[in-house]
Design a protein around this ligand. Structure first.
Ligand code: FAD
Length: 308
């Protein structure tokens, strides 16, 4: 019976595309546990490449079979809709190496944790990525989103990016040829498999003080004890999205188990069993109310995948 259900859940096209893939394959894998908000349905199939060659293999197959795919990082800026994602989700948990490659340079794989990279830099007396300590993404996700805090961004510290593009070609990209702007880059579509950062020497204890002070600020202003997906909206041209949401009187609004945080208006928290529908209903309410009250539309920062 279980074998039959498994078989029914596998699409022949996906099976054909994945034939010969030596890595781990999981059919109908729940995506919610891989995300920080913890809502939404499964991936039709999730695959875990263990090397750049395996990423190349997968991207070539995806291209040949014209299949939908999604590159899942640490799921910290992601809402998965209820019926999940039809297609292949790639997860880079095995590509997590961090290495010092010169006095000031760090090589890091795309699936490595961004906060761990901040800690590694501190241990090696290097400064620049202190802001990464409270950004719970992967390095690939941080580069793709050009993650940052006001005045500091991931793109500024990069000296190389290795990316497997949608044809399955491995490309070495000079970041100077890429425009990095607010939560956006002009990188080609594909999988960031690794990158190199060039940082600035600074005594570890000074770097550590900055890390601690940045984390203290976050704990004071963000609802970190609850599941959340970071900032839901980008900041508009004027002011901060969270402040406009607060002015609109929406803080604390709750639908089911999803709530607009009392602590930070741009955060939606999951009290435990929130659904994607509840989160989406809050997002709609936030956009409509801000539009009605202040005349502009809040633009999503968070990514959404799947179908309702
Ligand atoms: C508590 C909290 C605080 C946060 N604070 C900040 C903050 O201060 N500043 C900020 O900028 N963000 C913040 N975020 C949001 C989030 O952590 C960042 O956007 C992060 O960079 C997303 O990385 P991820 O690996 O989780 O990506 P995911 O959420 O998994 O994916 C986001 C996007 O990146 C793409 N992606 C992921 N990995 C790769 C890869 N290897 N190659 C190509 N594309 C890839 C995905 O396909 C998707 O389009 C916060 C989130 C939380 C939960």
């Amino acid at each position: 019976m279980i074998a039959m259900i498994e078989k029914e859940n596998k699409s022949t096209a996906l099976e054909a595309a994945l034939e010969g893939f030596p890595g781990e394959i999981r059919w109908q894998e729940a995506i919610a546990p891989y995300t920080s908000l913890k809502v939404g349905g499964p991936a039709e199939v999730m695959v875990f490449p263990a090397s750049v060659e395996e990423v190349v293999f997968l991207m070539q197959r995806i291209s040949e079979h014209a299949l939908p795919y999604f590159l899942l990082g640490n799921g910290s800026n992601l809402i998965v809709k209820s019926r999940g994602f039809k297609g292949i989700v790639l997860h880079l948990k095995h590509l997590n190496r961090i290495e010092l490659i010169g006095i000031d340079d760090i090589f890091v794989e795309g699936g490595a944790s961004f906060p761990k990279l901040a800690a590694f830099a501190m241990e090696h007396h290097l400064s620049g990525l202190e802001f990464a300590v409270g950004i719970p993404g992967s390095v690939g996700g941080a580069i793709a989103m050009n993650a940052g805090i006001p005045g500091q961004e991931t793109g500024a510290w990069l000296v190389n990016i290795s990316l497997v593009d949608e044809s399955g070609d491995l490309r070495e990209i000079n970041p100077k040829t890429i425009a990095f702007s607010y939560r956006k880059t002009t990188l080609p579509k594909g999988v960031i498999v690794s990158a190199a950062f060039r940082l600035t020497p600074r005594p570890s204890d000074e770097v550590e003080l900055s890390l601690k002070s940045l984390m203290k600020k976050r704990r004071e202003s963000q609802p970190l004890q609850f599941a959340n997906c970071g900032s839901v909206f980008k900041n508009p041209a004027e002011g901060f999205a969270g402040e406009w949401i607060e002015k609109a009187g929406l803080k604390g609004l709750r639908i089911g188990d999803a709530e607009i945080s009392e602590k930070h208006g741009n955060f939606i928290i999951n009290h435990g069993s929130a659904t994607a529908e509840e989160v989406l209903a809050l997002i709609k309410k936030m956009q409509e109310t801000v539009k009605d009250r202040f005349g502009f539309v809040l633009e999503l920062e968070v990514k959404m995948i799947g179908s309702d």
